[in-house]
Write a protein that binds this ligand. Sequence first.
Ligand SMILES: NC(=O)c1ccc[n+]([C@@H]2O[C@H](COP(=O)([O-])OP(=O)(O)OC[C@H]3O[C@@H](n4cnc5c(N)ncnc54)[C@H](OP(=O)(O)O)[C@@H]3O)[C@@H](O)[C@H]2O)c1
Length: 314
Amino acid sequence: MRVLVAGASGALGSRLVPQLIEAGHEVIGTHTSSAGGERVRALGARPLSLDLLDPGAVSRAVLGSEPEAIVHQATALAKSDWGKSLDKAFATTNRLRTEGTDALLAAAGEAGVSRFVGQSFAPYRYARVGGPVKTEQDPLDPTPPAHAEETYAAMTHLDEAVTAAGGIALRFGGFYGADNDGLVEPVRKRKFPIVGAGGGVMSFIHLDDAAAATVLALEHDGPAIYNLVDDEPAPVREWLPVLAQALGAEPPRRFPRWLARLFAGEAAVVMGTEARGASNAKAKRELGWLPRYASWRQGFPAVYGNGAARARVG
Ligand SMILES: NC(=O)c1ccc[n+]([C@@H]2O[C@H](COP(=O)([O-])OP(=O)(O)OC[C@H]3O[C@@H](n4cnc5c(N)ncnc54)[C@H](OP(=O)(O)O)[C@@H]3O)[C@@H](O)[C@H]2O)c1
């Protein structure tokens, strides 16, 4: 198939492009920066500069490149300023997930492209009631934490718009495996504490496993939503010390809730203490997907061990 990958130069896009080519697809990869364009070309795809927030340009790009499938992997998190408000940090990403998704879907409709796969997110979003691990059938959190409402709503918009158009929304776990993984620096500097009893459950996925699942999803008929996470959703008190150890960092600090709320905001407290993880059973069953890194327990040491990440991030 000829596949248009929006955000081909990003953390996931750059893992996805080689796997698509390996599977026999022809890839047109969009980017915004010139460095991104070089990366896309080096990966073997045809680079296309495109701002997803310009609907006219999106329409022209899709009509002009005549893809048979579209994959939306564009976010704007590399330069995010992480403060107490998730909505501020995610402001442009939220627009890419709402306006960007709508523009791509409209262009897909115009061009008669029926295969569409979008990047969504699983952790923190499921309702904070009942058991620790949730399926795609379980309800989403009806009361997101303060200053995270727009971010949660943008992910829901993407899920709904993509599936309404017959496409597939992939609710990925927290990515790891890239040079610029957002968790590395805070954990190395002991700025990522265990809050309260550290009971908030997280689901992770290695970027190569996320890319492999995307290739499989492209060959599957929608509409559908899949959690793409590893086999071991785990509370912060379990995974964070393992990550710190893999990075050669001191063990994480422990903060009471009030202190974490003061420094990091309400969302950080909720995520660290109440969040639910996600089940990958549906993706395994329907997509035939199996993660190569079945758990962060093996993945973190494999990716970050022996000082590898320290060397990369300087
Ligand atoms: N599920 C998750 O945990 C998750 C999801 C997403 C990202 N992240 C993390 O966030 C960090 C940064 O992610 P990233 O490296 O993928 O960088 P990013 O800045 O989020 O960029 C991702 C892609 O979107 C493109 N893009 C940015 N703005 C755009 C726009 N207006 N229109 C069209 N495309 C646009 C980028 O192009 P250019 O390269 O040309 O700028 C790039 O190809 C990484 O650590 C990553 O793991 C985590």
